[in-house]
Ligand binder design. Structure first.
Ligand code: CAA
Length: 392
């Protein structure tokens, strides 16, 4: 008998600070409509030095995991392009912070914005052959292009944590998936750099081309058409990008389906519009946004398009489960976003420079202002000092 496998729970974390895109546009001498409409972003998460991908992942996972879940996690797959060490996996720090059992595997997966999707698919394959196991999959990143760059408006950060199990509460994954790789220099971050290099227009075109390729291949493999889908969730480093992808395939739908798919897209981009870019977490924040704000029914099929520059694209699908709303804490995500504080452009610029540098010197960070349960207290002897509020 085939085991149903997929996403059982989803948690989300982004720090307590944000930058308003009108303020950024004004400071950069741009028309705010370009940022809000042309790019499609309203707010951008600002990452204090006391948060990195490890702490953000721990804060996201803590939103969903019960002690019973923690005991049965057999693997942690941490997708990120913003890892904190050239050798040691972020997943190992995370497993320690979450007090996971020692008989777990913990590794990091890197392929730009695609790492979490690789993690999700590897996790699903593992659970298909080990149906009692639970796998924790993380997509966490800090998107940094640099002050006064074209990409600045598409920065942000945060983490999505997903528990992959048999008989999942949220999304049962269809076993078929379509993927495509090509060696492309659209976005990369050479060793020693903390900001990405990007050919922004080219990256958008490659993203759209890859989507066309994997969507066509998926249909050939499954004989499904756009009529089989209630919604699509896209990798959306900025929301206009997903809108462009949807527009490519909308003509394949009837007028009524076009209206429904467009409404679903609007729901899927709401939270991303207010958080900004999560790189590998972006698709999964969009999926969560769709679940939170969309008008979906159990049994609906959702298509997911993942893209990581460099480049890898993948299209896969899943069926929404009857009790899907029990798989995430809607109120906690709403409260997290509502409680954030706006920073001025000057404060954002200062915080941008305060990320732990590469010198390796000892640092004590101003932890008192960060309300997150897990935070980074500083660095001693070249080692990051992770803490939980309960230890303060
Ligand atoms: N009112 C409304 N709209 C306006 C406007 C105004 N006043 N002024 C401009 N616009 C519109 C433009 O018409 C344009 O819309 P279309 O794309 O629909 O034509 C849009 O705003 C952007 O305008 P520009 O193209 O002039 O903007 P730009 O030159 O500043 O570049 C960008 C925009 C390419 C997105 C740039 O911000 C960038 O390079 N961003 C980073 C690249 C990126 O995120 N790529 C994503 C793939 S890579 C990835 O996801 C990372 C990974 O794998 C880890």
């Amino acid at each position: 008998m085939t085991v149903t496998v997929g996403i059982d729970q989803m948690g989300f974390y982004t720090p307590h600070l944000y930058l308003d895109m009108t303020a950024l546009a004004q400071a950069r001498g741009d028309d705010p409509a370009k940022y809000h409409v042309g790019i499609g972003q309203d707010k951008q998460a600002v990452i204090p030095p006391t948060q990195d991908v490890v702490t953000m992942a721990a804060n996201a996972a803590a939103q969903i995991l019960t002690p019973a879940d923690q005991k049965t996690i057999k693997m942690v797959l941490f997708g990120t392009e913003s890892g904190v060490d050239n050798s040691k996996a972020t997943a190992v720090y995370l497993a320690h912070l979450l007090d996971l059992p020692a008989d777990t595997r913990a590794i990091e997966i890197k392929q730009a914005c695609y790492g979490a999707t690789a993690g999700l698919q590897f996790a699903a394959d593992y659970v298909r052959s080990h149906p009692t196991a639970k796998v924790l999959v993380i997509g966490a990143d800090i998107a940094r292009y640099g002050l006064r760059t074209a990409g600045e408006v598409t920065q942000g950060g945060g983490a999505v944590a997903m528990l992959v199990t048999a008989n999942p509460r949220i999304l049962a994954l269809d076993p078929v998936s379509s993927y495509h790789t090509a060696d492309v220099m659209d976005f990369w971050r050479p060793l020693g750099r903390s900001e990405a290099l990007v050919d922004g227009k080219y990256s958008t075109n490659v993203y759209l081309d890859f989507f066309r390729t994997v969507w066509t291949d998926y249909q050939a493999q499954t004989h499904r058409t756009i009529a089989d889908f209630a919604a699509f969730a896209f990798h959306i480093p900025f929301t206009k990008m997903g809108r462009k992808a949807l527009r490519q395939i909308l003509p394949e739908a009837t007028p009524d389906q076009q209206t429904a798919l467009t409404a679903a897209f609007e729901a899927s981009q709401l939270d991303n519009r207010n958080v900004g870019n999560l790189y590998t977490g972006s698709l999964y924040l969009s999926l969560l946004s769709l679940l939170r704000h969309g008008n979906l029914q159990p049994g609906d099929r959702i298509g997911c398009y993942s893209y990581g520059s460099g480049a890898e694209g993948e299209f896969y699908s899943g069926r929404l489960q009857p009790d899907y709303r029990a798989g995430f804490n809607d109120a906690a995500v709403t409260a997290l976003l509502a409680k954030r504080r706006a920073v001025s452009v000057a404060e954002y610029e200062e915080l941008f420079q305060q990320q732990l540098d590469l010198t390796g010197t000892d640092v004590q960070l101003p932890v008192g202002t960060d309300p997150a349960p897990y935070y980074l207290a500083g660095r001693q002897h070249q080692q990051r000092q992770y803490r939980h509020r309960s230890e303060a």
